[in-house]
Write a protein that binds this ligand. Sequence first.
Ligand code: ADP
Ligand code: MG
Length: 622
Amino acid sequence: MAKISINLKDGTAKKEETLIVGIDLGTTNSLVAFMKEGSPTAIKGQDNKHTLVPSIIHFLPNGEKLVGNEAKEKLRTDPANTIYSVKRLMGKSYNDLSTVSEYLGYEIIDDDTESLVKIRVKDKFYTPVELSANILSSLKTRVEKELNQTVSKAVITVPAYFNDAQRQATRDAGKLAGLDVLRIVNEPTAASLAYGIGLSEEESKLIAVYDLGGGTFDISILQIHDGIFEVLSTNGDTFLGGDDVDRLLIDYWLKINARDAQDYIKDKKKGQELRLLAEKAKKALSTDLLFKEQYDGMNCQIAREVFDKLIEPLVARTLDSCKTALKDAGKTVADIQHVVMVGGSTRIPHIKTSVSAFFKQPLFDSLNPDEVVALGAAIQADILAGNQKGMLLLDITPLSLGIETVGGLMDAIIPRNSKVPSRAARQYTTSVDGQVNLKVAVYQGERDQIADNRKLGEFVLKGIPPMPAGLPKIEIIFAIDADGILRVTAKELRSGVEQEIEIRSQYGISEEDMAKMLMDSITNAEADLKIRSLLEARNEANNVVLATQKFLEQNDHILSDEEKNKTLQLSVTLKETINGEDKDLINKAMADLNEYTTPIAHRAMDVHVADAMKGTNLNKGE
Ligand code: ADP
Ligand code: MG
């Protein structure tokens, strides 16, 4: 699939790599597919058996990593060093996660802030981006071995409801894995492409995509028009999937055998073995009418009929979501022209019958439901590579556009390969008390530090009313019109103060320079990420040091001398690490300080609340 291009200036010929692969980076399983002789094909691993790679990473004692099936085995023996469900953490801050962290078997660092989560494995701290990059690297290696060539371009899918930060995190993960991510595509869009829905230009359709995976359920209502897939509504449950089916089966077996669930919770190995048996039974029942095996002296038997009754409440919940999604889209079942089934759990016959009955029509379910998203991504990739005649490529931005933020970091507001025209906005605030001006510097490029990118212009938003740091709400809007002209607007939302610039020379950059900037961003991704995490850790640590200082001043009368000294000492240690170059040390010192001060802070809060209550009592004259 290689093209040869000839450079007319110097007559050299070079082989162009036009292969772009499609990747489904899933919560439970991931896989990679590519266009093989005109049809999308999922790639198997060395065993030539499995196309699915469990989205699991295990850290060996020597620091090396295992990904996929090998890592899955370690869930049983070494759960603290085995990371799964990373996708749930992508682009999330600690505050978003209060419910999830209990459910995960590994340690997420929680310091009650708005900054992005980190995962602790021994004394190292990893971001969800780094961990996802490990999965992507392993997929990259898989496809390179199969094709015996390097692969550096990919389309990666994400759930339709992923926000800007989650999409950006997915892009970053790709870059870190040495992949140029040409497009982030919605999973339901990819699934319908796999069935050829929406491939022809003039097609106009309303479709529903029902996706029941390992741990999540998503329903999306899509409007397809002129080759554009518009998400009208999404609904679902981020804690409903095949794992719940397995749990229902386990509970059933424990009950009919009069066993105590605690035995299988305490004994992790046995618990895991029972879980695997339940999954095996569930899969068998997708084709057989009866499953029967012995385990640990238990009769593990179940008939399809009983199984169907067991999962009925779960099915009903998914259909409730479908109702809501239809309502939100302003549509009814009669409007839906196609229903596409996605996710391994939709292999269950009772689910198929129920969904088909709900939508009153036959289903699109002939492809492997756990591969269909990757297959569609491969088709999208092929279109991008220009291999599908008749498919028009919409105009896209060649490089990311963004602004400079604290520490000289680039914050991309419109990612590269976004459709033109395009509009994106993000909110910022001030970092200094009483700040009245804010400089907005606009950059183009893929690197993490603005120094490595290309500056397009800058302006100053003046006349922000003096307020404490963090209070002003400054919205920065990037809008590119159909002619590629970029307009950047900054507006302080509380006061309405506004400023704007227009940048015309957006594309005033040669193809070679662009290619170089892209290549640089990929080859330097690891170093860039290192610097970014260091700068971010330093910023966060500086804030923590300041907050600690304020806390000590305000609560002087509540804290014991020992508490004051210890807090101060931990804060000094943190300050020292900020000057160093090791982000893990900074994160560790921050975690230590937080761990020590959290209970004290709670106590101080109680005292303040009690004081305030006393106040009200006095006012009431009681
Ligand atoms: P995700 O999108 O969450 O990464 P998948 O689409 O790969 O996940 O779905 C994984 C789920 O599908 C698991 O819970 C698995 O047990 C389930 N599954 C796979 N095959 C079958 C089958 N034949 N019958 C029922 N469930 C299945
Ligand atoms: Mg999936």
